[in-house]
Design a protein around this ligand. Structure first.
Ligand SMILES: *Cc1c(COP(=O)(O)O)cnc(C)c1O
Length: 401
């Protein structure tokens, strides 16, 4: 008897048309800096309803570009929920700003207006310049509520939407995440485990044309090619005043955070399938919810915000104490049955780097969510039968039958 294939907690789905799209770029003249970047940016702007999308090399560089676009600097503070991937907090450190970790709701894992306000009581007076709420698992935060708090304190909001491509806001199912109605920018990742894959890739959406131009400049070394507006016209222009064709200049430090045409062609091809991907993810989530009902209260889906969610992860909360097994034992036993799981996330405020910077604090919501969470396999190529396979394995491992 052969073992059934390992089900990872998440993975990309690549079809022949994705392969063909990448192959077409490989046979073209432009592997980078070509038309696929603009096409991908246009398509993502359309999907999210934002005026602009700026493609870049990862979700991490998207967050980095967003904080650069806000001109954050040393001495500034950024509120970040502790229950997230490292990059949400790290982007503040890249520009020398400090992180104030916000707690999250223990049931949903989301930063709320209340946990935002509480974090502000720990920030320095007038120092908190930005906050980066995270749409964990694909569920959107209460952006209206967060915006009201932010507005009272002159704080800019950037959404970490790496989990939430295709989600619409609760209570407003016509507005997609990334439309930036309540935030200045939203950051996306196209890592293969996310809903749309580019290999490595990311993007920032915004309705602010100045911020978009800044981010485009800084993803390419800070280079500018406007000889007629140059701050060094003696180099930019020939003696007769005509622009020198080779000329470029740099007025501020930038990076190479570009996305190549190879990656953008894959992103564009994948984006066309977003409605199918989302639909299948929602079907699988509904099957899980039903299949897991008999396991309550030992195993329960995370708290729900309602609305149309572009599910990235299927996370459950497990009462490991009641099961009499610790999480590592459960994960290993599931892996032995071919079921991959993961923990999203170890609270970032407990990372040694951040503890050394800011000391050890307790954020009870984040720590409670973390202590019980487990992400089960979720990706569009899963069969209906895979859901039964996962839930049967959970029953076996947790000792309920
Ligand atoms: C994946 C992810 C990132 C970083 O994206 P990369 O493309 O891996 O750099 C940032 N924040 C969250 C919440 C993520 O899930």
């Amino acid at each position: 008897m052969t073992n059934p294939p390992m089900l990872p907690y998440g993975r990309h789905v690549i079809d022949d048309d994705d392969v063909a799209a990448v192959a077409a770029v490989l046979k073209s003249n432009a592997l980078t800096g070509g038309p696929a970047v603009d096409q991908f940016e246009r398509a993502l702007a359309d999907v999210t309803g934002a005026a602009e999308a700026v493609a870049c090399s990862s979700g991490t560089t998207a967050l980095h570009l967003a904080v650069l676009g806000l001109a954050l600097k040393p001495g500034d503070q950024v509120v970040v929920p502790s229950l997230t991937f490292l990059a949400t907090a790290n982007c503040a450190r890249y520009v020398g700003a400090d992180v104030v970790f916000a707690d999250v709701d223990a049931a949903t894992g989301l930063m709320t207006p209340e946990t935002f306000r509480e974090a502000l009581t720990r920030g320095g007076a007038g120092r908190v310049k930005a906050a980066i709420p995270v749409h964990l698992n694909g569920q959107a935060c209460d952006m209206r509520g967060l915006r009201d708090v932010a507005a009272q304190h002159g704080i800019s909001l950037v959404e970490d939407a790496c989990h939430a491509l295709g989600t619409t806001y609760p209570g407003n199912d016509t507005v997609p995440v990334g439309a930036c109605r309540d935030a200045v920018a939203a950051c996306f990742s196209f890592h293969p485990v996310k809903t749309v894959a580019m290999g490595e890739g990311g993007a920032v959406t915004t309705n602010d044309p100045v911020m978009a131009a800044t981010m485009r400049r800084l993803r390419g070394h800070g280079m500018e090619r406007n000889p007629l507006e140059s701050s060094i016209p003696e180099f930019a222009l020939a003696p007769d005043g005509t622009p020198n064709p080779w000329f470029y200049e740099m007025n501020e430090i930038g990076w190479n955070f570009r996305a190549s045409d190879i990656h953008c062609a894959l992103g564009l091809s994948q984006l066309k399938k977003l409605p199918q991907f989302l639909h299948r993810r929602q079907e699988l989530v509904a099957l899980y919810d039903t299949a897991l009902k008999p396991l309550a209260p030992l195993v329960q889906p995370i708290g729900r915000t309602g609305g149309a969610v572009g599910w990235h992860l299927y996370a459950v909360q497990i009462d490991f104490a009641a099961a009499g097994k610790d999480r590592a034992t459960v994960m290993r036993a599931l892996a032995a049955l071919g079921i991959g799981t993961q923990v999203h996330y170890f609270p970032v405020h407990l990372q040694p780097y951040y503890q050394r910077l800011y000391g050890r604090r307790t954020l009870p919501g984040a720590e409670a969510y973390y202590s019980r969470c487990l992400s089960l396999p979720l990706f569009p190529a899963m069969a209906d039968a895979d859901i039964a396979r996962v839930t049967d394995a959970l029953v076996r491992v947790l000792g309920r039958n």
